[in-house]
Design a protein around this ligand. Structure first.
Ligand code: XMP
Length: 180
Protein backbone atom coordinates (compact mmCIF):
# COMPACT_ATOMS: atom_id res chain seq x y z
CA UNK A 1 0.00 0.00 0.00
CA UNK A 2 2.84 2.40 0.90
CA UNK A 3 4.15 2.48 -2.68
CA UNK A 4 0.79 3.93 -3.85
CA UNK A 5 1.03 6.95 -1.55
CA UNK A 6 2.61 10.10 -3.00
CA UNK A 7 2.77 12.10 0.24
CA UNK A 8 1.20 12.39 3.66
CA UNK A 9 -1.04 15.44 3.85
CA UNK A 10 -2.12 15.15 7.49
CA UNK A 11 -0.25 12.74 9.75
CA UNK A 12 -2.11 10.55 12.25
CA UNK A 13 -0.78 12.50 15.25
CA UNK A 14 -2.29 15.76 13.97
CA UNK A 15 -5.59 14.00 13.31
CA UNK A 16 -5.69 12.71 16.88
CA UNK A 17 -4.88 16.14 18.34
CA UNK A 18 -7.58 17.77 16.23
CA UNK A 19 -10.17 15.18 17.32
CA UNK A 20 -9.83 16.30 20.93
CA UNK A 21 -10.22 19.94 19.89
CA UNK A 22 -13.26 19.10 17.76
CA UNK A 23 -14.86 17.21 20.63
CA UNK A 24 -14.41 20.26 22.86
CA UNK A 25 -15.94 22.49 20.15
CA UNK A 26 -18.92 20.13 19.86
CA UNK A 27 -19.43 20.03 23.60
CA UNK A 28 -19.16 23.81 23.75
CA UNK A 29 -21.83 24.32 21.10
CA UNK A 30 -24.31 21.76 22.42
CA UNK A 31 -23.75 22.56 26.09
CA UNK A 32 -26.69 21.24 28.13
CA UNK A 33 -28.11 19.66 24.97
CA UNK A 34 -25.11 17.34 24.54
CA UNK A 35 -26.66 14.53 26.55
CA UNK A 36 -28.66 12.30 24.19
CA UNK A 37 -27.17 13.74 20.99
CA UNK A 38 -27.74 11.55 17.93
CA UNK A 39 -24.73 11.16 15.67
CA UNK A 40 -25.45 10.16 12.07
CA UNK A 41 -22.31 9.07 10.18
CA UNK A 42 -22.42 9.24 6.40
CA UNK A 43 -21.16 5.78 5.48
CA UNK A 44 -18.69 4.45 4.62
CA UNK A 45 -16.07 7.20 4.41
CA UNK A 46 -16.69 8.54 7.90
CA UNK A 47 -16.51 5.26 9.83
CA UNK A 48 -13.00 5.72 11.19
CA UNK A 49 -13.41 9.44 11.86
CA UNK A 50 -16.73 8.85 13.64
CA UNK A 51 -15.45 5.99 15.74
CA UNK A 52 -12.46 8.01 16.94
CA UNK A 53 -14.43 11.23 17.43
CA UNK A 54 -17.21 9.71 19.53
CA UNK A 55 -14.67 8.23 21.91
CA UNK A 56 -13.54 11.80 22.67
CA UNK A 57 -17.09 12.86 23.55
CA UNK A 58 -17.73 12.62 27.29
CA UNK A 59 -21.55 12.48 27.20
CA UNK A 60 -24.28 9.94 26.41
CA UNK A 61 -25.06 9.73 22.72
CA UNK A 62 -26.62 7.42 20.16
CA UNK A 63 -25.61 6.49 16.63
CA UNK A 64 -28.23 6.61 13.88
CA UNK A 65 -27.41 4.61 10.79
CA UNK A 66 -28.59 5.36 7.30
CA UNK A 67 -27.15 4.25 3.99
CA UNK A 68 -26.84 6.40 0.94
CA UNK A 69 -25.50 5.53 -2.46
CA UNK A 70 -23.43 7.83 -4.62
CA UNK A 71 -23.05 7.41 -8.33
CA UNK A 72 -19.77 9.01 -9.26
CA UNK A 73 -16.38 8.26 -10.73
CA UNK A 74 -13.79 6.74 -8.43
CA UNK A 75 -12.00 10.04 -7.81
CA UNK A 76 -14.70 12.54 -8.67
CA UNK A 77 -17.21 13.98 -6.27
CA UNK A 78 -20.78 14.85 -7.14
CA UNK A 79 -23.06 12.55 -9.12
CA UNK A 80 -26.42 11.33 -7.92
CA UNK A 81 -26.86 10.73 -4.20
CA UNK A 82 -29.80 8.61 -3.02
CA UNK A 83 -31.01 7.34 0.32
CA UNK A 84 -31.04 3.55 0.06
CA UNK A 85 -31.67 2.59 3.68
CA UNK A 86 -33.57 4.81 6.04
CA UNK A 87 -32.44 5.82 9.52
CA UNK A 88 -32.77 3.11 12.13
CA UNK A 89 -34.07 5.43 14.85
CA UNK A 90 -36.51 8.26 15.40
CA UNK A 91 -34.85 11.71 15.45
CA UNK A 92 -37.98 13.81 15.99
CA UNK A 93 -37.26 16.57 18.54
CA UNK A 94 -33.72 15.28 19.03
CA UNK A 95 -30.45 17.11 18.41
CA UNK A 96 -28.68 15.52 15.43
CA UNK A 97 -25.07 15.82 14.31
CA UNK A 98 -24.24 14.47 10.84
CA UNK A 99 -20.62 13.35 10.46
CA UNK A 100 -19.02 13.07 7.02
CA UNK A 101 -15.50 12.49 5.77
CA UNK A 102 -15.15 15.34 3.31
CA UNK A 103 -17.05 18.34 2.01
CA UNK A 104 -16.22 18.74 -1.64
CA UNK A 105 -19.02 20.22 -3.77
CA UNK A 106 -21.56 19.70 -0.98
CA UNK A 107 -23.92 17.57 -3.09
CA UNK A 108 -23.85 14.57 -0.77
CA UNK A 109 -24.49 16.49 2.42
CA UNK A 110 -27.30 18.50 0.87
CA UNK A 111 -29.19 15.28 0.14
CA UNK A 112 -28.50 13.78 3.56
CA UNK A 113 -29.48 16.97 5.42
CA UNK A 114 -32.67 17.47 3.42
CA UNK A 115 -33.74 13.87 4.14
CA UNK A 116 -33.04 14.28 7.85
CA UNK A 117 -34.76 17.67 8.07
CA UNK A 118 -38.03 16.01 6.95
CA UNK A 119 -37.96 13.95 10.17
CA UNK A 120 -38.36 16.95 12.47
CA UNK A 121 -35.14 17.01 14.53
CA UNK A 122 -34.77 19.70 17.23
CA UNK A 123 -31.54 20.77 15.49
CA UNK A 124 -29.39 19.54 12.64
CA UNK A 125 -25.68 20.31 12.47
CA UNK A 126 -22.76 18.94 10.45
CA UNK A 127 -19.21 17.91 11.24
CA UNK A 128 -16.75 17.08 8.47
CA UNK A 129 -13.21 15.84 8.83
CA UNK A 130 -12.03 17.65 5.69
CA UNK A 131 -13.24 20.53 3.59
CA UNK A 132 -11.91 21.36 0.14
CA UNK A 133 -12.07 25.11 0.53
CA UNK A 134 -11.59 25.85 -3.16
CA UNK A 135 -14.71 23.87 -4.09
CA UNK A 136 -17.01 24.02 -1.07
CA UNK A 137 -20.02 26.23 -1.84
CA UNK A 138 -20.05 29.49 0.11
CA UNK A 139 -23.78 29.17 0.87
CA UNK A 140 -23.30 25.84 2.62
CA UNK A 141 -22.82 26.07 6.39
CA UNK A 142 -20.85 23.35 8.16
CA UNK A 143 -20.60 23.88 11.90
CA UNK A 144 -17.51 21.75 12.63
CA UNK A 145 -14.52 21.25 10.31
CA UNK A 146 -11.44 19.17 11.11
CA UNK A 147 -9.12 20.52 8.41
CA UNK A 148 -9.37 22.73 5.35
CA UNK A 149 -7.35 21.17 2.56
CA UNK A 150 -6.24 21.97 -0.97
CA UNK A 151 -8.09 20.46 -3.93
CA UNK A 152 -6.27 17.12 -4.16
CA UNK A 153 -7.69 13.61 -4.08
CA UNK A 154 -7.01 12.15 -0.66
CA UNK A 155 -7.24 8.67 0.78
CA UNK A 156 -6.72 7.08 4.17
CA UNK A 157 -8.36 7.40 7.58
CA UNK A 158 -11.60 6.10 6.05
CA UNK A 159 -11.32 7.78 2.66
CA UNK A 160 -11.01 5.44 -0.27
CA UNK A 161 -10.10 4.98 -3.87
CA UNK A 162 -12.16 2.11 -5.29
CA UNK A 163 -12.82 1.06 -1.69
CA UNK A 164 -9.10 0.66 -0.96
CA UNK A 165 -6.81 2.63 1.40
CA UNK A 166 -9.49 3.27 4.05
CA UNK A 167 -7.17 1.56 6.55
CA UNK A 168 -4.17 3.82 5.84
CA UNK A 169 -3.81 5.67 9.19
CA UNK A 170 -2.88 9.12 7.82
CA UNK A 171 -4.66 11.35 5.32
CA UNK A 172 -2.58 10.94 2.20
CA UNK A 173 -2.38 11.95 -1.44
CA UNK A 174 -2.51 9.01 -3.83
CA UNK A 175 0.00 8.81 -6.67
CA UNK A 176 -1.93 10.41 -9.56
CA UNK A 177 -0.82 7.85 -12.15
CA UNK A 178 -2.90 5.26 -10.26
CA UNK A 179 -6.17 6.94 -11.11
CA UNK A 180 -5.55 9.09 -14.17
P1 XMP B 1 -19.50 16.21 -2.45
O1 XMP B 1 -19.09 16.79 -3.77
O2 XMP B 1 -20.83 15.52 -2.48
O3 XMP B 1 -18.44 15.09 -2.23
O4 XMP B 1 -19.34 17.20 -1.32
C1 XMP B 1 -18.35 14.44 -1.03
C2 XMP B 1 -18.05 12.99 -1.28
O5 XMP B 1 -17.19 12.83 -2.42
C3 XMP B 1 -16.18 11.92 -2.14
N1 XMP B 1 -14.89 12.63 -2.21
C4 XMP B 1 -13.71 12.10 -1.94
N2 XMP B 1 -13.40 10.87 -1.52
N3 XMP B 1 -11.13 11.47 -1.47
C5 XMP B 1 -12.10 10.56 -1.30
O6 XMP B 1 -11.80 9.43 -0.89
C6 XMP B 1 -11.36 12.74 -1.89
O7 XMP B 1 -10.43 13.54 -2.04
C7 XMP B 1 -12.73 13.06 -2.13
N4 XMP B 1 -13.35 14.19 -2.55
C8 XMP B 1 -14.66 13.90 -2.57
C9 XMP B 1 -16.49 11.40 -0.74
O8 XMP B 1 -17.27 10.24 -0.88
C10 XMP B 1 -17.31 12.45 -0.09
O9 XMP B 1 -18.17 12.03 0.94
Amino acid sequence: MQQDIERILIPRSRIQDRLHELAREIEGVYGDQSEGLIIVPVLAGSIIFTSDLIRCLPFKMKIGLMTISRYRGATTAGGETRLVQDLNLDIRDRHVLVVDDILDTGGTLRVVLSQLALRGPASLRTCVLLRKLAKAPTDFQVEFVGFDIEDVFVVGYGLDYNNHYRNWPDIAVLRPELYR
